[in-house]
Design a protein around this ligand. Structure first.
Ligand code: SAM
Length: 282
């Protein structure tokens, strides 16, 4: 009998992947955690039945959530990562020798344990000596932190369940306070194409724009996320990701990347008109 993983992307749209076998399935205190293996996408992790990461296309998401802010300010030293239990974001960050400290705050220890066991491709750098893991709610973690991070990466689930607090104005305001003068916040910013995601995207954009002077949205093509068209939010107190882009400095690092490159860095901020309209309505 054939086994298929199916996810509803909109009330009238479903996305399916043919599965070879299920490797793990358990309910954590926060969500249902599943790991599957598929011919097309390799191993993949879902939380509450929603796609988080696949071995085949994770490089796109992790390149874009890490290298865009790092190439805007390659002098970043202290980083806070919120969510990101699969470890892919930390793996990309640890490639920068200049980064001194990475605090990662993941609410669900089971996601990290399962990723260490089944998703070594992404979880491979979680033991880097610069990384400290905190198993707590990111919303609570950023309360009362002042100017201690150069970069905050919000690599969260969608704004339902445990991820809900990571899309609130209180959370964004505390991230603003926790950032140094040249600080940058990057977050996964949902998909503009389907109405429910676009609604969350607009609300997040509005809340961030009310706090940060520089707010941009950039995009990538991620085949296993709803519609395949995914957005990231970029917010900073002082740095513009295109005007302040340190192209030569980043190129001199000689990092090999499968998706990100310096042409794409400026190109990804050129967004389609319908997305501009959605953001203007926010
Ligand atoms: N790349 C993914 C995406 O966009 O679908 C996100 C991957 S990562 C696995 C998301 C992580 O955020 C999950 O492991 C989840 O447990 C964590 N998370 C959700 N809410 C959180 C919170 N309030 N504080 C910290 N981590 C949280």
């Amino acid at each position: 009998m054939e086994l298929w993983y199916t996810e509803e992307h909109s009330p009238n749209t479903r996305f399916s992947i043919k599965v070879k076998k299920q490797l793990f399935s358990e309910q954590s205190p926060f969500q249902r955690v599943d790991v599957f293996e598929a011919e097309e996408f390799g191993r993949f992790l879902t939380l509450d039945g929603l796609m988080m990461v696949t071995e085949k296309d994770e490089f796109i998401y992790h390149d874009m959530i890490v290298h865009v802010p790092m190439a805007t300010n390659p002098d970043i030293k202290n980083v806070l990562v919120i969510g990101a239990g699969d470890g892919g974001t930390v793996r990309e960050l640890t490639r920068y020798e200049t980064i001194e400290k990475i605090d990662m705050v993941e609410i669900d220890e089971m996601v990290v344990d399962v990723s260490r066991k089944y998703l070594q491709k992404t979880a491979c750098s979680l033991d880097d000596k610069r990384v400290t893991l905190f198993f707590e709610d990111g919303l609570k973690f950023v309360r009362d932190k002042v100017e201690c991070y150069d970069l905050i990466i919000v690599d969260s689930t969608d704004p339902v369940g445990p991820g809900e607090g990571l899309f609130t104005k209180e959370f964004y305001g505390n991230c603003y306070k926790a950032l140094s003068q040249n600080g940058i916040m990057v977050n996964q910013h949902e998909c503009p194409y389907y109405e429910a995601f676009a609604h969350s995207m607009k609300r997040a954009h509005k809340r961030i724009s009310e706090l940060f002077p520089i707010v941009k949205v950039y995009q990538a093509h991620i085949p296993t996320y709803p519609s395949g068209h995914w957005l990231f939010g970029f917010a900073s107190k002082t740095l513009d990701p295109v005007k302040d882009f340190k192209k030569e400095q980043w190129e001199s690092l000689n990092l090999t990347t499968r998706y990100y490159n310096t042409e794409l860095h400026t190109g990804c901020f050129a967004i389609p008109n319908y997305v501009k309209t959605l953001l203007a309505e926010a």
